[in-house]
Design a protein around this ligand. Structure first.
Ligand code: NCD
Length: 336
């Protein structure tokens, strides 16, 4: 795809070549992401970081990535203090904000809403999560994490065996990740969820049509044996219309050290997009796994910075100028 000036709305936009371009650009960004270097390449550029739905890491990660390229970030958080609470349409909000900024990141609770934003915007729009729809940059950072865990070789993403656990119906990170993985060859997907939260049928059918192996099961311990990746997700409480239905499913699966030690292969990588729901009634990914090296959750969050820097640099067409505007950092940074 042509990145310059493009909206990033869905992983369906990407080919394997695009993923290669994004990962190679992310590798260029690594020293800036880990504060070995700094750059002013986006000095003067403004990002509109519009989050109409709860977020901690995505909002800060998008903002910090833009800052690390030398740009300025303007944030808004929540509906309540936005003009949408006064009845303003997505069209008008988008048209107005695009007159103020160079790029927008938008998170919104309705599926399809970020595409609607992009249609009214004169600047590129990046989907930061549209309800239960998609979360393309999360899928890129998840895929980049798997790539790095597998010797940074795109070929090593072929033949992957991945088990996806939790809320597969509403989890947008799942929807984006399984679709982007389908670009590779011979993937085995095991979807572990109670019937009500299983992967939408059209997604399962799409994966099968690409010649991948798909199975749905309701038994965590059976599913996790012999997997390269176990990707656990939070039950998306905010998407349930009937609270009782959420309460009935809360804590349905709990992936912990006992399950890991007794049922997983030694080299299985554990992932989660975060936040994990650490309330005792939920606890889908237990803190007793925290000391296990194969728990990749914080490597995932760290990888969000070079990936989002790469997307910004590609869309604003500055990849080749990053080092020209780069210098060493002069402040204390811990060794990583
Ligand atoms: C996820 C999201 O918002 O979709 N979080 C994230 O962006 N890393 C997952 C979730 O909220 O469960």
């Amino acid at each position: 795809m042509e990145f310059k000036g493009s909206h990033i709305l869905s992983v369906s936009q990407f080919t394997i070549e695009d993923i290669y371009t994004i990962f190679k650009t992310a590798e260029i960004m690594e020293p800036y992401a880990s504060r070995k270097k700094k750059t002013k390449v986006l000095e003067g550029a403004v990002l509109g970081n519009l989050f109409f739905e709860a977020s901690t890491r995505s909002r800060i990660s998008f903002g910090a990535s833009f800052n690390r390229l030398g740009g300025f970030v303007n944030d808004t958080v929540g509906f309540k203090f936005s003009s949408m609470a006064k009845g303003e349409s997505i069209h008008d909000t988008s048209r107005v904000i695009s007159g103020y900024v160079d790029l927008m990141v938008v998170r919104h609770p309705e599926k399809g809403s970020v595409t609607e934003f992009s249609e009214a915007s004169s600047v590129p729009v990046i989907n930061g999560g549209d309800g239960p729809g998609e979360h393309p940059t999360q899928a890129l950072l998840d895929l980049y994490t798997i790539y790095k865990e597998r010797d940074s070789q795109l070929n090593n993403l072929n033949n992957l065996r991945i088990c996806l656990v939790g809320d597969l119906k509403y989890g947008r990170t799942i929807h984006s990740l399984v679709k982007i993985l389908s670009l590779f060859k011979n993937i085995t997907y095991i979807f572990v969820a109670p019937e009500q939260l299983q992967i939408p049928e059209e997604i399962a059918e799409f994966l099968k049509s690409k010649n991948h192996l798909v199975s749905k099961i309701d038994n965590l311990k059976e599913a996790v044996s012999n997997m390269d990746i176990v990707y656990v997700t939070r039950i998306q409480e905010e998407r349930f219309e009937d609270r009782q239905e959420f309460l009935n499913l809360q804590g349905y699966f709990r992936f912990n050290k006992e399950v890991y030690d007794n049922y997983c292969r030694e080299n299985t990588i554990i992932m989660h997009p975060l936040p994990r729901d650490s309330r005792p009634e939920s606890n889908e990914l237990d803190v007793d796994l925290n000391d296990i090296h194969n728990l990749a959750i914080f490597r995932q969050t760290d990888n969000g910075i070079p990936i989002r820097m790469a997307i910004f640099a590609l869309v604003l067409d500055v990849v080749n100028k990053v080092s020209q505007y780069g210098t060493d950092v002069q402040w204390y940074t811990p060794k990583r």
